[in-house]
Every structure is written in C-alpha cells, then in structure tokens.
Design a protein. Structure first.
Lengths: 112, 479, 533
C-alpha cells in the first residue's frame, strides 16, 4: 500500500526489529522493508477499531456461538489410551537418537 | 547492630497424580519409562491437535483449594496461552490459567512449635500443563516429551514466611497434605513437588517490602532451606556492606551448595498471554464444588489435635501418627478394636509397626498386618498368652503371611510357657551347665540373674513367661 | 460413461457404485484421468517462474495420493462384493484441503515449513468421511496456512487457477478445493473457513461451499490458523451433495472440546420442503461497503459490483415466487467492523498457533549448522515461512505484545460481541425481523486475475468483507452459485442463518437452486473443460 514517506509509521524500524525478535525470524533486508510497510498499512485498517464507540460493559465474545451448559461437552475421563503414534512422532523428527529428539544446545544464560 | 528478618514467599508447582495427562489420554507417570514413549500428537504439539481437559485434574485442584480454605473457587475460570520458545515446550506455548485462576485466597497454618503457628496465605491456585525435559549432552540438547502435559497446580503464597526453617516447615506440611488427600505423590526428588522461593530481608520493625530475589531449581526440602538461608545471609552482607539487593533470579547449584545469578528480572520474556480459544471456560458449578469440598477428609493438623485430645496421648505421638492418613486411620481403627489404653496402641505403632513400614517401604494402609491383627496381638500380650518378644516376632510373621495372629500362635506353638514344672526343669539344666555363674550369684553378685533369665528364655525358644522365670530362678539360686 | 463419471454429483457416483454399475476403482481412475488432463505441472516449493502454460491449467492439488486412493477404492469394492453396508457417499471422490492432517500423507498447509511433515494421524472430519466410504484423492492447494483470499500465497507453485478462466484466481484460501470440485477433479472437497475461505472461493469457482456453525464440525486435525474462527466445511457442486457431506462430517468429537454436544438432525430430510412462509432478509449494509482506499487508507463507502447486487435481488425474487417473505432493510450496522476486528483476533491467534513451527519436532529444519538453538529457530522460521505467515505473525506480536497492544485484542473481542448482536437481533424469533436467513452477496467482486491483487495484504483481506461477520458470530452460512458476470466469471450469493440451523439454510439454498434450475446460465461449463475437449 503506497504511503507517503513523510507519513509517520507506527511501526518504526526499532519496533519492527523487536517484533522480529519475538517472532524468531531471520529476514533479508528486502523482506524486512516489505513486511514493515505492509504492517503499517494493516495498522491503518485496525485503526478503524479505535473509532468504534464501545463501553466496557460489552462482554467479550470468545467463539461467537455461546456455549450454554446444555451443549458444553463433558470433560475427559481420566483414563489412559495407548499412544500408537509415539514411534512415528520420534521417527518423523528432523534429528533423533535413542528415542531422544536432538537440537543444538542453548548456551548458558547466566551473567555471572 | 541492626537485626533483620527474612520475608519469604513460595511458588510451588504440584504434579497431580492423575493416571492420564491433563489434555490428552497419555499415561502421566513416566518415571520408569524410556524417553518419548508416553507421547501422542496432542502432547507433542503436532499440527492440528487440540486439548481436552481431564476432569480428575480439575477435581484434585478443587479439593486442594478446598483444603487450603480458598476464599473463592471460581464458578468460571479460564485457560490462557503463555507463549515462548523453548525446546521442552512443543506447542510454543504453555496452556496455563492466568488472569482468572481456578481459586483465589486461602491459607495453611504451619505449626512452628507446640504453641506457635505461622499462617501462610495463598494468593492463587491454578491449573497448567507441565513441560518436557531436556538433557545437555555436549553441544546438544536431548529432548524427552514424556512429561509434557502432566497436570500441575501452581500455588503461590503471600510473603508470610520469616525464615528458611519456616519455608521448609511449610513444604513439609504441604507435602503431608498432598499425600493425605491423594492429590500428588509430592516427591521433590522426582519433581512432583517443585518450589521457587522469593526472598527479601528487612530490618526488624520495618513494615515495607524490599526488592526480592527469586531462587529456582531447588529439588529437596533440605536444599530449599539451605538455599534460602544462604540467600538471606548474602542479602544481609550486601546491605550491611552498603550495597543494595537487586531483583535477580538465582539458580541453586546443589553440588557446590551455592547460588548463581541467572538473568535480571527486567529482561523477562513477554509471554503475550491470551485466552486459550481451544478450551471453553472452565465451569465449576456449586454442586460439583460442594460435593468435592464437603467430601474432604479431616485434615492432618485438625486430626492431630483431635487424636491427642480424644485419646489422651502426647501431641508428639499424635504428630507421628498423623504423618500420613492411612497411619492415622490405622491407629484409630486399632484403638477401637483393642478397646484398651490408646497409648499402648500408639507405642506399638510407633516402635514396631513403623519400623516394619520403613523397612518394607510401605504405607500403613498397605500392610498385611491389619488393625484387627495388631489389636489381637496386643490383647494376647495383655492376657500373657505371649510375651513381648514373641509379640514382635508375631508381627513379622503376620506381615509375611497375612494370617491372623491367633491362628499363628496355635500353629507355631508360640504361646507363652508359664508352667512351673516345665520351667524349673529348664532352670535346672541352665544351673547345671553354668556352675561358675551360680557361684557368682551366690557370692553376692545378684545382678547376674538377668543373664540366667536370658539363658532360660533361649532354652524355651523365647516362649517362657519372663516374670515367672525370674521368680523361679530367684528361688532356685538362693537354695 | 466413464468420461462423465467425474462430473456426476457425489451421491450419483455413490449410487452407481452401490448398485454395482461401476466399481469404486473405475470412479477413481476416471477422476485421476481428469486430474491428469487438467492439472498441469505439479506445484513445488522450487523458485517459481510463471509460464504461459501455467495459466491454462489448474494446479489444484499439492499432492495427488493416487495409490492410497486406489487402495481405498479396492477395499470398498471388496466390501461391496461381500455385501457390506455402504453409506450414501460411499465411492464418491474427495479432495482434502492440505490444511487437514491425513495419516501417512504430506500435510503441508501450503507452507515450506511443513513440506516434509508426514502426518501420523487423520483429522476427525476426514476420518469420518473416509469411514463413510468417501475416497480421498489428494491434498488440495491453498494459501499458505490459509492466509489469503486467492490461493496465490501457497509455497507450492504454480498457484491454482480458476476452472472458468485459469488466468484468474480460484479465490482462497480453499482455492485448490473449489477449483478441483468445479472441474470434476473431485466430487467433493473439505475446506476451512476462517473469514470466508470456503464461501469466497466457492463463489469464485461457481460451486457450493458451506461454513457450518462453529462447534458443529470438529477441528481436530485442522492445522490451526485462528482457532476461535476456523470452521471445517463441505464444498460440492450442488446443495444436496453439500448436505450429505456435512451430515457425514458433523457432530460432537471427544477430541475437540469446542464441538457442541448437540445431535445433528437429518440435513436432507427437509431439503425439498420449500420456503413457503420462511423469512429471508436483505440488508443495505451488505450492498454498500466501507473499506479503506488502497492509496490513502481513508475509508470509502462503495457499492458492491452492480451485477452481483442484481444477482442477490433476483435470488430474493426467486424465493419470493416460492412463497418466502422477503424482509428488506435489515440493519447490520457492524458489518464493516468485521475486517478490522478480524485483523486483530486472527493475528493474535495465528501468531500463537504458528509458534510450534520451530524446526525441533517435525517439518523443515534449517540445513545451516548452528550451535545455538535460538539461531536454529530464527533460520528455520525465516526460511520456512513465506511472506503471509511472517506478516500475520508480526502483526500478532504487535497487537499482543505488552508494550504496544493498547487493549487491541480485548477491544476486538468486544466488537465481535457487537457483530454477534446484529445477527441475534435479525434472527430473534420474538424480534422485529424474525429472519430465517439473511441473504447477501458472497463477495463484493468476482474472481480477479492472478497477480492482480496479490502482495497487497490489506486489499486482499477486504475480499472477505461480506463473509467474515459469520465467522465472528459463529453462525452458519452457505454460498451457492447465482449466475455469471459479463466477463463469464461466476457470482455467488450466501445465506446466513441462526446457530446450528444448517438444515434450514440448506433447505433455503436448495429452493433457490431448484428455482433456477432452468436458467440458461446453469448450462455454462467451466472453460477449462472446453480446453480439455
């Protein structure tokens, strides 16, 4: 979405970098520019939300459809069922050894 | 010189002893199983999976909240997603209650001495899922998802504890309660009960709270005590030296018994909590809640007090007899059948039955010696049908065979020998075999009579009535 | 006869199979031949350069599971030979949107990050269809993780084309599904609808697509996009097939705690009951739409394409002639909040749902050797996700991160309540309007050309303007073909109804279908079939 360069972007490069860190992405410069521009464009659409008059007494809707007790499914009974997929899950992982899934270490985080 | 007091709050994570996991039907207890065996698409976070809440996990949490005297077990509580990256967290988020927990408020009274009690308040209690385990192996991490999805209750106390010992006492009482209610096995070494401690200090007389540190990864009650003690001393040294206490997170290194700083609080991750859309709000209606809370058994401290008063036994005895619920049941059951002095039953339990339990690693409820067996054995002693030595032997035999004591006494011919003629012939033999000892006695050293009693007892195969043996011996030796 | 097998309705394929006139294997082979003729080169994750030939073919499937389908057909044939019981769809063919896990098949969600993921389990609604004897032919192409309205954002290219004109998009995100069904590459397809992802491509491809009530069909095995909005649903060439397919999929599932504990009534019993006395509403808020100017971002009010408006109004007439009561001017003032609220809710949920793709357990792991897991996460996710997931994840981070969120998410969930209230008012049996259904266009425009809108994430999203409200409200909605525009592209109209009243919506849609059966546009066949001829 074309937007004048002089217009102030809500998502600055600093904020963008923080979001990228939260999202755990390695991005090329080109990708970063495209994504940041699109994000700012989407934000203007979200901005429409803020204009809506709405008081705090309006409850939130989590699924649209209400779940009265009559149609709420029962909780699960505490019984063990076999896990026939266990071997496939281990075998399907990118790296495994002796039934463990293997990843590189996370270097120590201790400061002192 | 300034006197300081410690201000301690504990955040405990309690593994519930349900048979299956909290959101799927995999086996929860993997202690003896190879890695990644009790796993399924749900607990390993495969694409497309959904959680389904285990009713038993909710019920155990409600019972715990009831036992802690929660002010509110909420009619509606919610699950949220706590989002972060870690290899032991397969979905990339932990499903945990957050802003609307299952229960708020409550307390536990922790006895510090016979007259002193510390009231530890509970701020909140919520349900969540456990993460997996990772093991360092050179430059790699090995991941085992077996523990993923084991149900946990997180229970947070107010800053109410005033020393490392009090913190340890709280954990001991909590462990007792969890086992008492069959909510958790609560073995810290197995990670079934885990504890983070928030520690700060203040000069006695002050009322405000100072910056605190958080101690993590402590895996036994002794270590909790040691770690908190070390941290309190460190903070005192820091403040005395003119420094300030910073809001650090500390890691307890068991091997070196020292604390290491982990990362500063300020850099803590942003978990971006939001309501878990895959689960409906958790509705706990009044009748369900009341049925669970009203169905709670008498709690350990109340029972300890009642047992001491009702049976007229020392509080010390009552404390030991209420260490676990089946032992207390055992005691009261035995007293009822025995119908004699409760203290006698208490002595037998504390000296002999507890020893057998410890040797065999059993709880009272798991013993083959049942309360009616124990009552019968004590009655046999009272009636002098058997002597104490035989009684102790009989306990072992009942535990081994599960047969009634009376039957064993008959079968094995264990009844006490009180017949004078039979005993006198044994005495005669012993005296003939040991003329030197007879001389010693007659020379005035009458204390060797004990030795003679022992010899006669041995010859009787332990069945002789020792009082009668002594009386008969005294006559014979004087002659 | 075999040549026409792929064009038969599913129930007709099944009838022929059950009566022994054709074998299940013959149905499968005929459909595989159709696939072979229309598909073109197989979509891959390799760098894509469009060729002119790509614009003549469909590319509706990411994976065709021919051997699995043959095996299933043979076992059905055996079952029939042994006199086994067979349901009303046994032997019919199905394309599964690749967002559903199907055991032992690649289940990619259209993403490179799941390219190597072979699912060890099958999604509940697919498993139910398979248990009913429906034969899975393969996995249909789609927008990556269902993030889009054109299917162009798939990591597996060429993107699917529209069977009526393969230079045009089939819509999305279930575009491969609707293209396959329209072109006879399957009789049925199972799609997902988060903001219109079944109904919009159904409208673009001239087929029927239904979003059931949230909680009516299990989401277990559906690779999650926005969990509180995602709905699996049926795609077919007519209403009766749609009803039969939904019947086979629907109902409580103990693996999805959000499925309603509610019996599913017969969805076909009243299909022919007509619309006499039923109240069908029209809302001005579905004819004029507010959306931001692509240049300035300013809000504009704009009428939907006149030909589409005309199709809606003539559909109302068709129903009125059959005795329905048309209720004009039903106010639905919150309609234009749908997209902004959706921007927030879907991004927050999507960012969280996509956290799990980290290269540890399954799917893509960066081949770069790294000695820090955190670096592996960044490389894997950087390489594995295309621009659309990246965009949605980043937006999800922004509107949920503590520093920036400004209550966006809570506010969006409240707006969702307002949207829901509009529908409750319209459907209230004691209220002013007492609607049995609300009738509207499915889309503001017909299918656009491949490449025309792609890349502009905001504009693309507004293709869902008329459909997203039903997702916010959780209510059922069905899109049915209602003619063509002057360029020959299909027009779809939708009926929205009260919670769990799918049977009634299908009945109304069926009445409309019945009332237009003799219309000349019903004889127009997808252009791609002429190309084949």
């Amino acid at each position: 979405m074309a937007k004048g360069k002089d217009q102030k972007d809500s998502i600055t490069p600093e904020i963008f970098n923080h979001l990228v860190q939260l999202a755990a992405f390695e991005l090329t410069q080109e990708e970063s520019e495209y994504l940041r521009a699109e994000l700012n464009a989407q934000l203007s659409a979200i901005g429409e939300l803020e204009a809506i008059e709405i008081d705090d007494s309006v409850p939130i809707t989590s699924h649209g459809v209400p779940y009265p007790a009559a149609i709420t499914p029962e909780l699960r009974e505490d019984v063990i069922l076999d896990c026939p997929e266990a071997d496939d899950i281990v075998a399907g992982s990118p790296s495994n050894e002796d039934r463990y899934i293997i990843v590189p270490d996370i270097p120590h985080e201790e400061l002192e | 010189m300034t006197q300081y007091e410690a201000i301690i709050g504990l955040e405990t994570h309690i593994q519930l002893n349900t048979v299956s996991k909290i959101f799927c039907s995999c086996k929860a207890d993997s202690w003896f199983d190879p890695p990644n065996t009790n796993i399924c698409p749900v607990c390993t976070g495969l694409p497309g999976i959904l959680p389904v809440l285990n009713r038993a996990a909710v019920e155990k949490a409600i019972r715990l909240a009831g036992a802690m005297g929660a002010e509110a077990i909420q009619a509606t509580s919610y699950f949220a997603r706590k989002n972060y990256f870690y290899p032991d967290l397969p979905k990339g988020y932990q499903i945990s209650q957050y802003d609307e927990p299952l229960a708020r408020g409550g307390y536990m009274d922790v006895p510090l001495s016979e007259s002193d009690v510390r009231r530890v308040t509970i701020t909140k209690l919520h349900l969540e899922e456990d993460a997996g385990k990772t093991v360092r192996s050179g430059q790699q991490r090995k991941i085992d998802f077996n523990r993923c999805g084991v149900p946990l209750v997180e229970m947070v106390t107010g800053p109410d504890l005033r020393s490392a010992d009090e913190a340890a006492q709280y954990l001991i009482r909590l462990r007792q309660l969890l086992r008492w209610l069959d909510i958790s096995e609560a073995d810290m070494e197995k990670g079934q009960l885990r504890c983070d401690a928030n520690v700060s200090i203040r000069a006695i007389g002050e009322t405000g709270l100072n910056p605190k540190t958080e101690i993590k990864n402590v895996n036994s009650i002794e270590n909790v005590r040691d770690a908190i003690e070390a941290e309190v001393q460190r903070q005192i040294r820091e403040v005395e030296g003119g420094g300030i206490v910073e809001a650090w997170t500390l890691d307890w290194d068991e091997e070196t018994a020292t604390l290491r700083k982990m990362r500063s609080k300020e850099t803590e991750a942003d978990y971006r909590y939001f309501r878990e859309p895959d689960l409906l709000p958790l509705a706990v209606d009044e009748s369900w809640r009341d049925r669970l809370v009203e169905g709670l058994p008498e709690l350990p401290l109340a029972r300890r007090t009642r047992i001491a008063q009702e049976y007229g036994i020392p509080l010390y005895d009552a404390e030991i007899l209420t260490e676990e619920r089946s032992l207390a049941d055992y005691f009261e059951g035995t007293v009822e059948i025995y119908a004699g002095e409760a203290k006698t039953v208490s002595n037998w339990l504390m000296n002999d039955v507890l020893r057998i339990m410890r040797e065999k690693g059993l709880r009272a409820g798991q013993l083959k010696i049942k309360p009616d067996h124990l009552a019968e054995i004590i009655q046999l002693v009272d009636k002098k049908r058997i002597n104490t030595t035989t009684a102790k032997d009989l306990l072992e035999r009942v535990q081994k065979t599960g047969q009634a004591p009376g039957v064993l006494v008959e079968q094995e011919g264990l009844a006490q020998v009180s017949d004078s003629a039979e005993l006198e012939s044994l005495i005669k033999v012993v005296m003939e075999e040991n003329p030197d000892q007879v001389a010693t006695y007659r020379g005035g050293k009458t204390t060797v009579i004990g030795w003679f009693v022992g010899q006669v007892m041995r010859k009787s195969g332990g069945k002789a009535n020792p009082q009668i043996v002594q009386e008969l011996l005294e006559q014979s030796l004087r002659e | 006869m075999t040549d026409s097998l792929p064009d038969l309705p599913a129930r007709e394929q099944s009838r022929l199979f059950r009566s022994g006139e054709v074998s299940a294997l013959e149905i499968v082979e005929a459909t595989l031949a159709r696939i072979e003729a229309l598909e073109g080169r197989s979509p891959t994750s390799a760098p894509y350069e469009q060729t002119p030939a790509d614009l003549e073919k469909l590319h509706a499937y990411i994976t065709v599971t021919a051997e699995r389908a043959r095996a299933q057909a043979q076992s059905l044939d055996q079952h029939r030979a042994q006199g086994g019981e067979l349901g009303p769809l046994a032997g019919a063919t199905l394309a599964v949107k690749d967002i559903f896990c199907v055991k032992d098949t690649p289940s990619t969600a259209g993403s490179r990050i799941l390219e190597t993921f072979i699912s060890p389990y099958t999604a509940t609604p697919v498993a139910r269809l398979e248990a009913a004897g429906v034969i899975v032919l393969g996995k249909a192409n789609m927008d990556e993780f269902a993030f889009g309205s054109s299917s162009e954002s798939s990591a597996f290219l060429p993107p699917p084309g529209n069977p009526w004109k393969p230079t045009h998009v089939p819509g999305g995100s279930s575009g491969g599904s609707t293209a396959a069904v329209a072109a006879g590459e399957a009789a049925l397809s199972i799609g997902t609808d988060t903001a219109g992802s079944i109904r919009q491509p159904a409208a673009f491809c001239g087929v029927v697509g239904m979003k059931p009530t949230y909680g009516r069909v299990s989401r277990y095995g559906l690779i999650a996009f926005a969990s509180s909005l995602d709905c699996p649903g049926p795609i077919a060439r007519d209403v009766e097939d749609t009803a039969l397919m939904l019947q086979a999929m629907a109902g409580e599932d103990r693996r999805d705690a959000t499925t309603a504990a509610l019996a599913v009534p017969s969805l076909t019993a009243e299909l022919d009951a007509g619309v006499e006395g039923l109240r069908v509403g029209l809302s001005p808020d579905y004819f004029k739409l507010k959306y931001p100017d692509p240049e300035t971002g300013e809000l504009h009010e704009q009428a939907i394409t006149p030909e589409i408006e005309e199709a809606v109004r003539s559909a109302a007439q068709v129903l009125e002639q059959q005795g329905a009561i048309i209720v004009e001017d039903v106010p639905m003032p919150t309609t234009h909040y749908g997209i902004p609220a959706y921007f927030v809710i879907s991004r927050v949920e999507a960012a969280s749902n996509l956290h799990r793709y980290d290269g540890v357990k399954y799917g893509h792991r960066s081949a770069h050797s790294v000695d820090d897991l955190r670096l592996l996460y960044r490389k894997t996710r950087g390489e594995g996700f295309g621009p659309q997931p990246k965009l949605r994840i980043l937006m999800g981070m922004y509107v949920s991160a503590e520093q920036y969120e400004q209550g966006y998410y809570q506010r969006a969930l409240r707006v969702r309540t307002l949207i829901r209230r509009d529908f409750e008012k319209a459907f209230d049996p004691e209220g002013e309007y007492r609607l049995d259904a609300l009738l509207s266009a499915t889309t503001p425009t017909t299918a656009f050309k491949i490449g025309q809108v792609y890349g502009d994430s905001v504009l693309m999203q507004y293709a869902d303007l008329l459909t997203v409200s039903a997702n916010h409200a959780g209510i059922p909605a069905i899109s049915v073909p209602a003619g063509f525009d002057n360029t020959g592209m299909p027009i779809g109209i939708q009926f929205m109804g009260p919670d769990f009243r799918e049977a009634q919506l299908l009945r109304i849609a069926h009445a409309f279908e019945h009332g237009t059966m003799d219309a000349s546009w019903r004889n127009i066949k997808p252009g791609v079939l002429d190309l084949e001829g």
